[in-house]
Design a protein around this ligand. Structure first.
Ligand SMILES: Nc1c(NC[C@H](O)[C@H](O)[C@H](O)CO)[nH]c(=O)[nH]c1=O
Ligand SMILES: CC(=O)[C@@H](O)COP(=O)(O)O
Length: 233
């Protein structure tokens, strides 16, 4: 199977490495490969990711690799690219509730978009009162067809009552429904924490910045839809 048949798929000869964006080169490099048998040759189908955002993308990569163990010559695999997102438009829906946290998540997301060459004029930031309101805004933005992906950012922190569960459940299904109903990928960048400390740890603290990680998910899904799912199925 040719590389062009697979579009943006990372199909490379076994001895070749995929190109890595220069901005990624100083970061931890995760490379996973597996072989694909064909009648005449055995090219390797590689999943090569470089990420400074740690486990989420690496885990994603491992999952793709695992599924590839069962691939045959007839199986087509499609991957979104995370090399550059230039030209793609993103909306970020951010909840103002717990904004000490959500502002940091937003900063992480904007930082990642910048590193992956998304232009500032291709990003719209939409503030909503709380996580409960994210879904309806994301769905509306998704249906506008103006964006390749919608990143949803919020922080729900447990209090004394069951309010936490209500907000978490509503937000989760709201973001999911927004994506399903609009056809635009809606990415879940919402922290669900027992304590404020857990939230700070994940908003640029010792557990990284989940805003940055989920921006990378938005970039990958935008690429997957633009390069494969909207056109070449
Ligand atoms: N408790 C949290 C909320 N609660 C507010 C709701 O999201 C909503 O704005 C209100 O019920 C009006 O519909 N929001 C968060 O983002 N985080 C919380 O921890
Ligand atoms: C999301 C929450 O749990 C919180 O903001 C609400 O606190 P409480 O349950 O103490 O009313």
């Amino acid at each position: 199977m040719s590389a062009s048949a697979l579009g943006q798929c990372n199909v490379v000869p076994r001895t070749t490495t995929s190109s890595v964006h220069p901005l990624q080169s100083h970061r931890h490099l995760s490379t996973l490969s597996f072989n694909r048998q064909t009648a005449n040759s055995s090219p390797a189908l590689s999943c090569t990711r470089s990420t400074g955002f740690g486990s989420a993308i690496e885990r994603h990569c491992v999952d793709q690799n695992r599924s590839g163990l069962f691939a045959t010559a007839a199986v087509r695999e499609l991957n979104g690219s995370v090399v550059s997102a230039k030209g793609h438009r993103f909306a970020i829906v951010v909840a103002r509730f717990n904004d000490l946290i959500t502002k940091k998540l937003l900063e992480g997301a904007l930082d990642t978009f910048k590193k992956y060459s998304v232009r500032e004029e291709d990003i719209d930031v939409i503030w909503v009162p709380g996580c409960f309101e994210i879904g309806v805004a994301a769905q509306h933005l998704g249906k506008s067809q103006k964006y390749q992906a919608i990143l949803c950012i919020g922080a729900v922190i447990r209090g004394d009552t069951s309010h936490y569960d209500a907000v978490v459940n509503a937000t989760t299904s709201g973001v999911l429904s927004a994506g399903l109903n609009s056809g635009t990928p809606c990415i879940f960048g919402v922290l669900t924490c027992d304590t404020l400390e857990q939230a700070f740890d994940r908003a640029g603290g010792k557990a990284g910045n989940k805003g940055g990680e989920t921006a990378l998910t938005a970039i990958e899904m935008a690429s997957l839809f633009e390069h494969h799912l909207k056109s070449s199925l």
